[in-house]
Design a protein around this ligand. Structure first.
Ligand code: BGC
Length: 391
């Protein structure tokens, strides 16, 4: 069965600054990675050295036949101390946008992908009273770097960022963490506010189409779970999708499902494979979460800005992605306005608290030499892109 995608569909792969650049010593994550009793299993260190090797990275993306690259800016490099601006760092990101264009790649730039400068962490963080003004100023600084991107995302996964403090509290109290708990409401509202502040600046400057990227989940009722399911979906998805209603587009990043019974979240059935990062292997989640987003926001273009699998078995990455793309094609067929598919990730990289062990990459990276070795899945996804469909 052939599965074709709409004309002009974007096919790409993504990275995020802190996970690939290396040497981001000036952000909150570096500090958390090095704190006593840090929950991070290792430091991001040199990561993939993409700060220096970004051209090689873009060559890999374009060489495979993909047409899109998503990357993020690192605020702590652009504004290492409050009000002190690194023109060199801004230039660096501007060159990445130009480098994409030179290679025929559509650039998607994310302004904030989880990390913040240390000075911000120590003076209010995401919920601080001055953070709205500060993100507005950072967005203004970033404008010249991203003005030729095709899409700009303000904040990556604010809905997941709002879950993190809840998980932190549960871990401190020694409670069992069965899956993603419901996000902290105050943090959710603060991040939505920051998204709107950043959007105002981008819009005011006539920047490229602007949105935010949200983690998307398939919600499954295993019987009697409708109520907790609805509560979780409202807090995690619907309030963020509704907040995105005026945006030019919305990014969805879909990896897995959550299952509910009468008492809330339940573990996946035992025959369901769990992946290196503890999530259920669930390619069907892509189509399901897109269908839901399209039902809440029927008039807003959607982009899959992340989807992928942490596995050492590259053949399974291809099998997983094939199934996920079939679900995506069905959602488009059913009416969802999806403009592209961006796979997570180009490189095996720093998977946050779990360090470098989970491998999401289409390309392996030698941890000492940084030599990149494409896996068969890179060429496979490139072929899908060239065909604009599955074989
Ligand atoms: C994040 C990425 C992360 C990926 C896999 C997403 O939540 O945006 O930074 O590496 O999921 O866990």
């Amino acid at each position: 069965m052939t599965t074709q995608f709409p004309d002009g569909f974007l096919w790409g792969t993504a990275t995020a600054a802190h996970q690939v650049e290396g040497g981001n010593v000036n952000n909150d994550h570096w500090e958390m990675e090095h704190a006593p009793h840090s929950p991070f299993v290792e430091s991001s260190g040199d990561a993939c050295d993409s700060w220096n090797r970004w051209e090689e990275d873009l060559d890999l993306v374009a060489g495979a036949g993909l047409n899109t690259y998503r990357f993020s800016l690192e605020w702590s490099r652009i504004e290492p101390e409050e009000g002190e601006v690194s023109r060199a760092a801004l230039d660096h990101y501007r060159r990445i946008v130009d480098g994409c264009r030179d290679r025929g790649l559509t650039p998607i730039a994310t302004l904030v992908h989880f990390t913040m400068p240390r000075w911000l962490m120590h003076d209010g963080g995401w919920t601080g009273p001055k953070t709205g003004d500060r993100i507005a100023r950072f967005t203004e600084l970033a404008l010249p770097a991203v003005k030729d991107a095709a899409y700009v995302a303000t904040i990556n996964e604010p809905n997941l960022m709002a879950v993190q403090p809840v998980i932190g509290g549960m871990a401190r109290r020694g409670e069992e963490i069965k899956g993603l708990p419901v996000p902290d409401q105050a943090v959710s509202e603060a991040l939505i506010g920051l998204h709107h502040r950043s959007t105002e600046v981008l819009r005011g400057a006539g920047s490229p189409p602007t949105g935010m990227t949200l983690v998307g989940i398939e919600y499954i009722d295993e019987g009697g779970g409708a109520e907790p399911l609805q509560a979780a979906r409202t807090a995690m998805m619907d309030q963020f999708l509704t907040a995105a209603a005026g945006d030019d587009w919305v990014g969805l990043q879909i990896y897995t499902a959550q299952r509910f019974g009468p008492d809330g979240l339940i573990a996946p059935p035992a025959d369901r494979q769990t992946l290196a990062h503890g999530m259920e292997r669930r390619p069907e989640a892509l189509g399901a979460a897109i269908n839901h987003a399209a039902s809440v926001l029927p008039d807003t273009p959607l982009l899959v800005t992340e989807n992928g699998i942490a596995t050492a078995d590259d053949a399974d990455r291809i099998a997983f992605t094939t199934d996920a793309l079939r679900g995506l094609a069905a959602a488009i067929e059913a009416g969802a306005d999806v403009r592209g598919y961006v796979h997570w990730s180009l490189l095996d990289n720093f998977e946050w608290m779990l360090g470098f062990a989970p491998t999401f990459g289409l390309v392996a990276v030698d941890r000492e030499t940084f030599v990149r070795t494409p896996k068969p899945s890179l060429a496979w996804l490139g072929e899908v892109a060239k065909r604009n469909g599955l074989a």
